[in-house]
Design a protein around this ligand. Structure first.
Ligand SMILES: Cc1cc2nc3c(=O)[nH]c(=O)nc-3n(C[C@H](O)[C@H](O)[C@H](O)COP(=O)(O)OP(=O)(O)OC[C@H]3O[C@@H](n4cnc5c(N)ncnc54)[C@H](O)[C@@H]3O)c2cc1C
Length: 309
């Protein structure tokens, strides 16, 4: 594909800009967490929330396990973040194995707990790559779910986007058309699947703009410390792990601190390029660990709210 003038300009600016020099902190950030399974994990999550909170995230979000397996835990986590940390928290919700009536019940419980923002997703059917089969009385796609949620209450809704195309999509354009359907159904922002090529994100952003999408598309940043694990996950969700990444982590299996430093460098470099290309809104997949997300936000010029940059 021939790059457009706009993309070339973004790419040149990205590569020419020196390392994180004098950034004014003009970025918005958000953080994703997953619901903890044990008391120890709960403590770890809370430590992450407490450390990231001073950065003043626009919102944080809490994932929802396949088929509603984390229904209670997602609810409890979101409710606690709102009540105790005072952060705007979004609850993820999927269509898997749930009737419309069950979705309504979950959504109403969220609303009653003070949740006003939902990340609406289709979800996946069990094994990675297995075809999605909707519940006979359920929603068939995320676009349907968005429309249904809007009828339940006036939620703010975010949806998923795929810079490298969702594996179920017939074509990249078809996937973008689907994203537009989700936004037209009432979502106000998209959060992207993780990716490791700034250029892929810029091309996707341009293609979305060409399709008439003007809602914000937040890049989802995953600082990877374990390539093998990330590769396993990536193949099922429309993200490419570049070959050079294996080389970067080679020989570091038993060196967690070195892996952390490499992970931070790779993710920070991606964010630097995105910033240089005009991105000002970043979403971090924290995996309930605050350090890497915090360090990258710091490098992007973000400082604790109320503290001089
Ligand atoms: C930011 C983010 C957060 C996530 N959080 C969770 C989570 O908490 N829990 C969880 O289980 N999963 C989560 N996921 C994963 C997500 O559930 C899967 O990627 C799932 O396979 C697709 O969900 P979707 O909402 O993108 O589906 P959809 O937008 O419905 O799309 C799925 C696929 O179907 C195609 N499609 C849909 N409708 C049509 C149509 N009418 N015609 C043609 N093609 C169509 C789309 O193009 C796409 O390829 C998350 C993903 C992201 C990016």
């Amino acid at each position: 594909m021939t790059p457009t003038l706009n993309q070339l300009h973004e790419y040149r600016t990205a590569t020419d800009t020196p390392l994180f020099s004098g950034l004014p902190g003009d970025v918005a950030v958000s953080f994703e967490f997953f619901p903890p399974k044990s008391e120890k994990m709960e403590a770890q999550l809370w430590d992450a929330v407490t450390q990231l909170r001073p950065l003043g995230p626009n919102f944080v979000s809490v994932t929802y396990g396949a088929g509603g397996s984390t229904r209670e835990r997602t609810h409890a986590t979101v409710a606690r973040i709102i009540a105790e940390a005072g952060l705007p928290a979004a609850a993820h919700l999927t269509c898997v194995a749930a009737s419309k009536a069950e979705i309504r019940e979950v959504a109403e419980q969220y609303w009653d707990a003070g949740v006003r923002h939902i990340v609406a997703l289709r979800g996946d059917a069990g094994e990675p790559g297995a075809p999605f089969t909707p519940h006979p009385d359920g929603y068939a796609s995320a676009a349907d779910l968005v429309a249904g949620l809007k009828q339940i209450a006036d939620f703010e809704i975010s949806v998923a986007a795929y810079p490298e195309t969702h594996p179920d999509a017939l074509s990249p354009q078809d996937d973008i058309d689907n994203l537009k359907r989700k936004l037209d159904a009432g979502a106000s922002r998209a959060i992207s699947q993780f990716f490791f090529s700034a250029e892929a994100f810029f091309r996707f952003r341009d293609a979305c703009a060409a399709a008439g999408i003007d809602a914000p598309i937040l890049p989802g940043i995953l600082p990877v410390t374990n390539v093998a694990q990330a590769r396993k996950f990536a193949s099922a969700c429309g993200a490419a792990i570049p070959a050079w990444m294996d080389g970067l982590f080679e020989g570091l299996d038993e060196m967690p601190a070195a892996r952390q430093l490499v992970a931070a460098t790779v993710a920070a470099e991606l964010c630097r390029r995105l910033y240089a290309g005009g991105v000002r809104d970043f979403h971090f997949y924290t995996l309930n660990r605050p350090e890497l997300a915090y360090a990258i936000c710091h490098m992007l010029g973000k400082r604790p709210v109320g503290e001089a940059a």
